[in-house]
Design a protein around this ligand. Structure first.
Ligand code: HEM
Length: 432
């Protein structure tokens, strides 16, 4: 197995998570009233609402391009559907500089189509079914929830939500079992990469060096493992085995491409799942009758996740670049401008969703954008949903009468750039 050589302390995941939260939190806990006013007054706004609200851009804007911000569901949907007019390359200039050259979210046109066709079969429901039974359910239940049972109380973020998404990805990838230190370093590096973009130039320069080091260390850890797997015959039903064997129209992936994909996967798959799980738990614990209904009928869980991702999308913004002069809602947007889309606002557009600020798992199914939309829609959606379902099922099964800890402040879902609760303190009945 490869040795991880880095100065990273193994247990600083929480610190990295808090850093990312404050980095992308922005100036308001609840920006919705402002967004609602914008939706009514200037739904296509010249300017960057992210910048106004103190959130560093995840896209690159070294060239100082004009930014336009969209709020309405119809405008956001139209942009995300039209990948020829609105391209994604700018993502590679921002967060992408920390993640190597094979960044799926930043690919455009035919190249994205070909690479996505190579990767998609590795994430389809039959594969998921297998991973879920063999890895996802047992890992989350046995390693994260069962050990909590005798304690009678926990913070669902610190005690399981931070750990399980990375642990599951680690298991799905087929990395060596039982390497706790490697796993924690892996997790913390993923968060450091995400903490890279900053607002002030001095902070940005410092964070950039740290993020690049973390990214390089991650690359150097993964590449030998991938090469070794290739030497051993590219076997196995884990993700690395599947990535090494995948083929589409005669194309395959090199060791470097597999390594870079793994490197981009961690930041994409880890804290997005942590925060979504945290927000869902808050939304359910705030509604004990609904929680009980879902506990009795687990088939409702999938709808509950979808509704949580609509109401409280963790990735609250998307960005694209206009590849030609366009007009949206009567506003002329010149070629080369950045189109920033407020998913949080679009997902609560009252012209599309009745009672848009209400958590209603029985509402009519309509597209929302928390997992993206169009050709770049989240490739790991089924993985994320399987993990969150496994986590909530294990909580329902093993932590009887789980409820908020009355001795701790009620958690709040907040933030502008990345939303979610900082902690979710709960208690449950124990037999002791
Ligand atoms: C609840 C958890 C998650 C949320 C909310 C989420 C959200 C998103 C969103 C919004 C996008 C679209 C980006 C864009 O249009 O620019 C996306 C893309 C992506 N996600 Fe997720 N994601 C989650 C979990 C995961 C997991 C678990 C994985 C992998 C196992 C993953 C892998 C990816 C990848 C590779 C892409 C790029 C797809 C492409 O560009 O074609 N995500 N995700």
């Amino acid at each position: 197995m490869a040795t991880v050589v880095t100065g990273e302390k193994p247990n600083d995941m929480q610190a990295s998570f808090d850093k990312v939260s404050s980095n992308f939190g922005g100036l308001l806990d609840d920006p919705m009233p402002l967004y609602r006013a914008k939706m009514n007054e200037s739904p296509v706004m010249k300017g960057d609402i992210l910048e106004e609200l103190g959130v560093p851009p995840i896209f690159g804007n070294a060239r100082g391009r004009q930014v336009y911000t969209l709020f309405r569901h119809s405008d956001v949907g139209a942009v995300l559907r039209d990948q020829d007019t609105y391209t994604s390359g700018l993502i590679g200039e921002g967060l992408g500089t920390f993640m190597g050259t094979f960044m799926l979210t930043a690919m455009d046109g035919d190249y994205h189509r070909r690479m996505r066709s190579l990767l998609q079969p590795c994430f389809m429901p039959p594969v998921l079914k297998e991973w879920r039974a063999a890895l996802i359910d047992p890992v989350i239940r046995n390693e994260y929830v069962a050990p909590l049972v005798p304690r009678g109380k926990a913070d669902l973020i610190a005690d399981m939500g931070l750990g399980f998404p990375v642990r599951v990805i680690y298991a799905i990838l087929g990395f060596p079992d039982g390497d706790q230190k490697g796993l924690e370093i892996f997790a913390s590096m993923a968060l450091k990469i995400l903490a890279g973009p900053k607002r002030s130039p001095e902070e940005a320069a410092r964070a950039r060096v740290e993020a690049l080091e973390a990214s390089r260390a991650l690359h150097d850890y993964v590449l030998p493992l991938v090469a070794e797997r290739r030497r051993q015959g590219s076997l196995g039903n884990d993700l690395i085995g599947r990535l090494l064997r995948t083929e589409h129209e005669g194309e395959t992936l090199s060791d470097e491409q597999v390594t870079d994909f793994v490197r981009m996967l961690l930041p994409a798959a880890a804290e997005t799942t942590t925060r979504t799980f945290g927000s869902l738990m808050v939304l359910l614990l705030e509604r004990p009758a609904l929680l009980d209904q879902i506990r009795q009928d687990r088939s409702l869980l999938s709808k509950a996740i979808d509704e949580a991702v609509r109401l409280e999308p963790v990735a609250t913004f998307k960005a694209r670049e206009a590849a030609r002069d366009v007009e949206i809602g009567g506003v002329a947007i010149p070629k080369g401008s950045i189109v920033s889309m407020v998913v949080h606002a679009a997902n609560r557009d009252e012209t599309v969703f009745d009672d848009p600020d209400t958590f209603d798992i029985f509402r009519r199914n309509k597209p929302s954008f928390g997992f993206g939309y169009g050709v770049h829609m989240c490739i790991g959606l089924f993985v994320a949903k399987a993990e969150i379902e496994s986590a909530v099922n294990a909580i329902f099964d093993l932590l009887p009468n789980v409820r908020f800890d009355p001795s701790k402040p009620k958690p709040e879902i907040k933030g502008v750039g990345l939303r979610g609760p900082k902690s979710v303190n709960v208690v449950w009945d124990t037999t002791a």
